[in-house]
Ligand binder design. Structure first.
Ligand SMILES: CC(C)(COP(=O)(O)OP(=O)(O)OC[C@H]1O[C@@H](n2cnc3c(N)ncnc32)[C@H](O)[C@@H]1OP(=O)(O)O)[C@@H](O)C(=O)NCCC(=O)NCCS
Length: 391
């Protein structure tokens, strides 16, 4: 049994706790009661804001993460978020440079650890909560197991508290006290040959490579009428459509138009978004998006990366009531992702995703993704109750 030496000191739901009343665990505190100085680091290390608007520092962050961030259990693949992606993911409306927190070696200034927060708005059942999304926690491989992660977590918490925010949302593959929900990854092969060659997937029993390729072959054209890339003038309609669809789920973000502009307008090589326009009314009826997150294939002689697309936010016509419409929409996302040379299309079993994964030939992955809230008690949710997608 794990002891959670750090996490048991934090305002999070205990593993054995039965939640009766939902809400904050600790009350908000005035700035005067919040620690003013940064937490101490082990000697030889110093705090440093990573200025992602400086291409040199953005590249340093990219290199830290590309060599030291999340790997699968067998250490075959490692997330390889691009610099453009990080620049997008860390600069959503209201972002603060103080929340892009690095640790450097004092002597040579090498960046060896990072954690970030960005502001967001989340509804949990009927309660609306301003909070931060914590992401990209990373400690260099050579500095692991030295209790640096708890210092990073406490420091980001302190800096967020100083701005009057006392809640956070985060996800992790590891089990910590205590998930509000647990989702499962699903994977849809687009380039099965490469996925098999890299060991990402395997040819099924009684299958050949040729039959596998045929099984996953997609049409060359999309089928949803009036589908086109999202453009800036679509922002108000997409915001309204998406916020209505989000009402269906007990835990969901709410988006301002600025947030939709940031998160959902296409960014080349980073995020891809499409709308369907009704030809008679010219109104937007549906919307979907996916983002690009390659994984490095560790030590492979031929293939350096798997190009993975991840389903991001979407809102189908009729707000998901018509399952066939949703399936058609996501099938179009697969068609477009294949055209963009993605090797695999991933999603979690959140929102209405369970209704299309089998028909559209997604396979269940072996990774769990746990969802956590900091300083907020909430009854456990099923994955289909969750509509928050963290990058
Ligand atoms: C995650 C990571 C920063 C943890 O650092 P570490 O050197 O392994 O662990 P440390 O000795 O510094 O700290 C251990 C504490 O951090 C906690 N911890 C580990 N991973 C964590 C995570 N992803 N989120 C929050 N807390 C985490 C541990 O539970 C432990 O606390 P406990 O005693 O209460 O159980 C590091 O392993 C890493 O960079 N891994 C690769 C990237 C990654 O997985 N990032 C997290 C993505 S969610």
């Amino acid at each position: 049994m794990e002891s959670y030496r750090f996490w048991k000191t934090q305002p999070v739901t205990r593993v054995d706790e039965t939640v009766e009343t939902e809400g904050p665990i600790e009350p908000n505190r005035p700035a005067s009661e919040i620690r003013q100085e940064p937490y101490p680091l082990p000697k030889d290390f110093e705090w440093a804001i990573v200025n992602v608007e400086d291409p040199v520092q953005l590249k340093e962050l990219y290199e830290l993460l590309s060599l030291n961030y999340v790997e699968d259990d067998d250490a075959m693949f490692r997330f390889d978020y691009s610099a453009e992606f990080l620049n997008w993911a860390l600069k959503s409306p209201g972002w603060k440079r103080e929340w892009h927190i690095g640790v450097r070696v004092a002597s040579n200034k090498k960046l060896v650890a990072f954690i970030s927060g960005i502001p967001a708005h989340l509804r949990v059942n009927t309660a609306a909560q301003t909070l931060v999304e914590i992401n990209f926690l990373c400690v260099h491989k050579k500095l692991r197991s030295k209790r640096l992660a708890p210092v990073l977590i406490k420091e980001v918490t302190r800096r967020v508290n100083l701005e009057g925010i006392f809640q956070a949302a985060y996800t992790a593959g590891v089990y910590l006290p205590t998930p509000v929900g647990t989702a499962r990854y699903y994977h849809r092969s687009l380039n099965p040959k490469k996925l098999v060659e890299t060991g990402f997937s395997h040819i099924g029993r009684n299958m050949t490579m040729a039959r596998t390729i045929r099984l996953y072959k997609l049409p060359t054209e999309t089928t949803t009428p009036g589908l086109r890339p999202m453009q800036p003038t679509d922002v108000p309609q997409v915001t309204a459509l998406l916020n209505s669809y989000m009402q269906k789920f007990p835990m969901a973000p709410s988006f301002s138009e600025d947030e939709v502009r940031h998160w959902l307008l296409p960014v080349p090589t980073v995020v891809f978004s499409y709308v369907a326009v009704d030809p008679t009314t010219t109104k937007i009826t549906d919307f979907f998006s996916f983002y690009s997150l390659p994984s490095s294939v560790i030590g492979h002689p031929v293939h350096k990366h798997i190009n993975a697309a991840y389903l991001f936010y979407y809102a189908p016509k009729g707000l998901g009531a018509d399952e066939e419409r949703t399936r058609g929409l996501i099938n179009d996302a697969l068609v477009l992702a294949a055209k963009e040379n993605f090797d695999v299309f991933n999603c979690l079993n959140l929102m209405h995703n369970q209704s299309f994964v089998d028909t559209l030939k997604f396979g269940k992955g072996d990774g769990n993704l746990h969802y956590y809230l900091y300083n907020y008690r909430c009854k456990e949710l099923k994955p289909e109750d969750v509509a928050l997608v963290l990058l």
